[in-house]
Design a protein around this ligand. Structure first.
Ligand SMILES: [Zn+2]
Length: 543
């Protein structure tokens, strides 16, 4: 070999070295990357090191500049920021997988059939616990009572929660077991009676009496529940979940499982409003790691519309004289608000009815006292009276809504609310306009876990069966771009994580999903065929 060709080779090697000078962990290329950044950039490739995006750009530029341990050819598929569920019950979902599933039952008879089979399959269980019935799906839409439960199970306690967790039916053995006085008055709750006899039907705070039994789980059970929930979330394209109500024990367990590396999904844990929980975080302040964000308190304003527990300004259209339930006193809401201001926590309150929304918006406004970026949240914001809307923008309060509730509740919501109020229900586009953003979630397990279902209900205002054909109140649909922002960057804003999450940009965590369709272009039919191909958290394939 001549000296000249040796030199040429050396020069080439040097140049190639330059081309691939930078070593990274992951390069994703040949993709359509929807960065969801402010200008809506789309690009082809990105490089990831130590879990964060180093650079994004055209195919050749990134391929020439970076050498990666792991190179992923995305085959022109669509890459989006990892989806964030803005309001769900992550642990509850996992625990439910171990309970009797009553979702989709078409009658009370079917509930009882499933219960009997479950009882036979689990002879060792002391309590028979189920969840998911919805009398709106039955041919007779009456709420159930416990006459037949008592006959079938005279000694074994039975607790069956409605799909929204705001109502339940229990048998006499269950009431005896917890020592529930049938004549007791429960503040913010109702123990139904017929002809003086308790029927076993419980609403809101009466359900809470049994919540400890419903939730009881030792640490091994909870661990399994969190792992089961995680695998379904990752398969659905979720890289972060906002659990709307956890106790310190579970939050500590999640922190340990993150540290062990078995739990990968990021968790924004809203702390359940209970004295012991508040006392703990009063000492420590917010708890923030790379994957766990504990900086909000979950408060319950009222019940749910389905069980007529939502607090309305005027009586229910289908139950004269009934206004629903306020789950705590106004003084309590003001105390929690003051606590949140003092300790640097967001206050996130469940408000469904127009009266609950009005009350909490005004409590928030007083406590925030001019502060406009503390990002307190109204969870659900289902029925908001137009005169109350101004509070959202004025105080920077974020509406956190669940589009699938609109398409699930649509068939019966007007019966509860009447023709006038219904116009101000599930008004997501109206809510989005207030502050210029809206946080989207599913409330799973109340609704299915899929973020693509959120997108469908938000954009097409249709349920999974394509109903209603013209969309439910289509004037309140979100644009595809806004629905995507609601599932990504706006949820990051709502959790104070937008510096690290929510878009694909250099410096942020490489949390992303690969889909086989372009969500900004799909119609409802193509959306139904859209699949999540891969899910990545911090540059790691986790699906
Ligand atoms: Zn919820």
């Amino acid at each position: 070999m001549s000296l000249r060709s040796t030199l040429t080779l050396a020069l080439l090697a040097l140049l190639c070295g330059c081309y691939h000078s930078e070593q990274v962990d992951l390069v994703v290329h040949n993709a359509t990357i929807h960065t969801m950044d402010e200008t809506g950039t789309t690009t082809q490739a990105m490089a990831v090191r130590d879990g964060r995006i180093v650079e994004m750009g055209p195919e050749r530029e990134i391929m020439n500049r970076y050498q990666a341990e792991n190179t992923v050819d995305a085959a022109k598929l669509h890459v989006y920021p990892g989806f964030i569920d803005g309001h769900c019950h992550f642990l509850g979902y996992g625990l439910n997988l171990q309970k009797l599933d009553l979702i989709g039952t078409k009658s009370w008879d079917e509930v009882l059939e499933r219960l009997q089979r479950f009882a036979e399959a689990h002879p060792d269980r002391e309590w028979l616990i189920g969840r998911g019935w919805d009398q709106n799906d039955w041919s007779t839409k009456d709420l159930p009572d416990n006459v037949r439960l008592n006959a079938l199970f005279p000694d074994r306690p039975v607790l069956l929660q409605r799909v929204d967790g705001h109502a339940a039916v229990v048998n006499q053995a269950a009431m005896d077991r917890v020592g529930l006085d049938p004549d007791a008055d429960i503040e913010g709750g109702l123990l139904e009676r017929k002809d003086g006899r308790p029927t076993g039907l419980l609403l809101d705070n009466a359900v809470t009496v049994f919540q400890g039994i419903f939730d009881q789980a030792d640490e091994a059970t909870k661990r399994q529940a969190l792992l089961d929930a995680q695998s379904d979330c990752l398969a659905a394209g979720l890289t972060m979940v906002c659990d709307a109500g956890l106790d310190t024990n579970t939050i500590d367990l999640i922190e340990r499982m993150h540290a062990e590396g078995v739990l990968k999904i990021r968790v924004y844990a809203m702390v359940t409003d209970a004295p012991a929980n508040l006392a703990r975080y009063a000492r420590t302040g917010p708890l923030l790691t790379d994957r766990l964000f504990v900086r909000s308190i979950k408060v319950y304003g009222d019940g749910a519309l389905g069980s007529r527990g939502a607090l309305l300004k005027e009586p229910y259209t289908d139950q004269p004289g009934h206004l629903g339930l306020q789950l705590a006193s106004e003084a309590h809401f003001r105390d929690v608000a003051a606590w949140c201001r003092e300790h640097g926590f967001q206050m996130n309150t469940h408000c469904i009815g127009d009266s609950a929304n009005a009350l909490l918006l005004s409590v928030y406004g007083d406590a925030l006292a001019g502060a406009t970026d503390l990002r307190w949240r109204i969870e659900h914001a289902q029925v908001v009276d137009p005169p109350d809307l101004g509070h959202f923008a004025e105080h920077g309060i974020i509406p956190s809504v669940q589009p699938t509730h609109a398409t699930s509740d649509g068939p019966w919501a007007e019966e509860r609310l009447g023709p006038e109020r219904i116009a101000h229900a599930y008004a997501f586009e109206t809510l989005r306009r207030q502050l210029g953003l809206i946080a989207l979630g599913t409330d799973f397990p109340v609704e299915p876990i899929e973020p693509l279902g959120t997108f469908r209900s938000a954009v097409f205002r249709q349920d999974a069966d394509g109903r209603p054909v013209d969309g439910y109140m289509p004037e309140e649909a979100l644009s595809p771009g806004d629905a995507l922002r609601g599932m990504t960057i706006w949820n990051a804003v709502a959790t104070f994580t937008e510096e690290d999450l929510g878009t694909l940009e250099p410096g942020k965590w490489a949390d992303f999903v690969i889909l086989d369709h372009d969500l900004e272009q799909v119609d409802a039919t193509a959306l139904a065929r859209t699949r999540v191909k891969d899910t990545y958290i911090a540059g790691e394939a986790v699906r």
